[in-house]
Design a protein around this ligand. Structure first.
Ligand SMILES: N[C@H](CCC[C@H](N)C(=O)O)C(=O)O
Length: 276
């Protein structure tokens, strides 16, 4: 089968985006792994698939696959690229697009030719729903990582995130701690791991070791999770600029009971087709 795709990125978090609306597709994990492979396929952090809606109050189903073929519940940078993609392929003319993912509904708003704003929904903080094996919600959790006790935040944006505050993201131990925390027994669905440096009350630096993808140049849901944790700890204000290695995102969260809004750029790199 020859499969058409569009290669896109959101500040360096890169995606292969596929139209599953005008072409009925059944992608198997081995197809995803080939597409995502940076030597044997196209190469990307995630594969995004636009599908017809499964309910009357949304425009599309937005499916997200990690490079190992596993399906994720949310992808923030991907959501911005998804919005650009479905408009560019004339699958919709709307400027506000409602999509369903495995974790619920997200609303995508085209701001201008470059920027897209995503309503990422409310964060989930109950440990059982993240999921994190802890009896009750705490401001911080202590995680024993190979004998070292680490203080973390735990937030779900639909997908699970652990967040650590560090003094300098340039020297944080992401290569060592990222995989150990991702696979920690206390996170039964594994997790994405953010390393956050507080610059000001309205600015952080962030690096993210993504679940199933390793460190990426940017992680949208990770930026949201870090701001939520920072605000809950009293370190951050409502509007925060998040500096990631690939670029910056703007995150706004008024506080509990409100949704998190993320704004950032999107880019189309090329269009192509791959033989599966
Ligand atoms: N690796 C993530 C999915 C992609 C998230 C990231 N690319 C974003 O922009 O939110 C997970 O397994 O939960």
């Amino acid at each position: 089968m020859l499969l058409k795709f569009t290669k896109m990125h959101g500040i360096g978090n890169d995606f292969v985006v596929i139209d599953g609306v005008t072409q009925r597709l059944q992608l198997k994990p081995r197809d995803i792994m080939k597409i995502a492979d940076r030597r044997l396929g196209v190469g990307c952090d995630q594969v995004l698939l636009a599908e017809p809606p499964g309910r009357p109050d949304v425009d599309f189903f937005y499916r997200i696959y990690n490079p190992d073929g596993s399906e994720a519940e949310q992808c923030g940078n991907g959501a911005r690229c998804f919005a650009r993609f479905v408009r560019q392929r004339r699958l919709t003319q709307k400027r506000v697009i409602r999509v369903e993912t495995l974790s619920g509904i997200s609303e995508l708003r085209i701001v201008d030719r470059h920027q897209v704003e995503v309503d990422m929904g409310q964060p989930t903080l109950d440990p059982g729903s993240i999921p994190l094996h802890r009896p009750q919600r705490e401001q911080e959790y202590w995680l024993n990582v190979q004998g070292e006790e680490l203080s973390i935040g735990a937030v779900s944006m639909g997908n699970p995130h652990a967040v650590l505050r560090v003094t300098d993201t340039d020297t944080c131990r992401i290569e060592q701690l990222g995989p150990l925390i991702e696979h920690h027994v206390d996170f039964p669905h594994r997790c994405n791991v953010g390393f956050m440096q507080i610059v000001e009350r309205n600015e952080i630096r962030l690096r993210v070791h993504e679940r199933s993808a390793g460190e990426t140049l940017a992680c949208g849901s990770g930026a949201c999770a870090a701001v939520v944790y920072g605000r809950l700890r009293g370190w951050l204000d409502e509007q925060v600029t998040v500096q990631l290695p690939g670029g910056k995102l703007h995150i706004a969260w008024p506080g509990e009971g409100h949704t998190v809004r993320m704004t950032g750029p999107t880019a189309v790199v090329f269009e192509g087709s791959i033989r599966l």
